[in-house]
Design a protein around this ligand. Sequence first.
Ligand code: SAM
Length: 163
Amino acid sequence: MVRENEIRDAESAVALPSGYDAEIYFIGRIRTPWDSRLLTPRQGRADGPVCHIEIFEPWVAALEDVAQFARLEVLYWLHLSRRDLVRQSPANDGAARGTFSLRSPVRPNPIGTQIVELVSIEGNMLSVRGMDCLDGTPLIDIKPDRTLFSPIAPPQPGDFQTS
Ligand code: SAM
């Protein structure tokens, strides 16, 4: 079962810290066909429906050169998630697992990541396949899929360090 915001048997919540350690900018908004967590895919699929990622100003210029990558890594803020669970019961069967052993949207910093297939870019709008978030989910970042990307900056000593 997908949760809304309830705590299930065997789950543990903690008191959240009183302040934050960082600030982020929402750089855009993800448009998908899903308006309920109960309908949204648990993980996106490469043959899923085309979804749209709208980039806000002043970040649109940062889309330059993105079109050369067939796949992108998208990071987004799962804004409706609770953030205080350290043990969760994904199957709601009385058994719990540590939050960091799961890809649940419920986590201290509810960041979702997904590799998507790039369909097109027109102006400030990307069309992609593979998303798994609610319509209107805030966008944090876009990067080339690391398997397609070679660093352009010169190598550094750490690049050659082993063991
Ligand atoms: N692919 C990402 C990952 O692995 O980091 C996210 C996976 S998470 C399991 C996907 C689920 O999060 C969806 O099935 C939906 O139930 C929930 N979800 C999607 N968008 C959300 C949002 N904006 N706020 C809270 N929950 C959301």
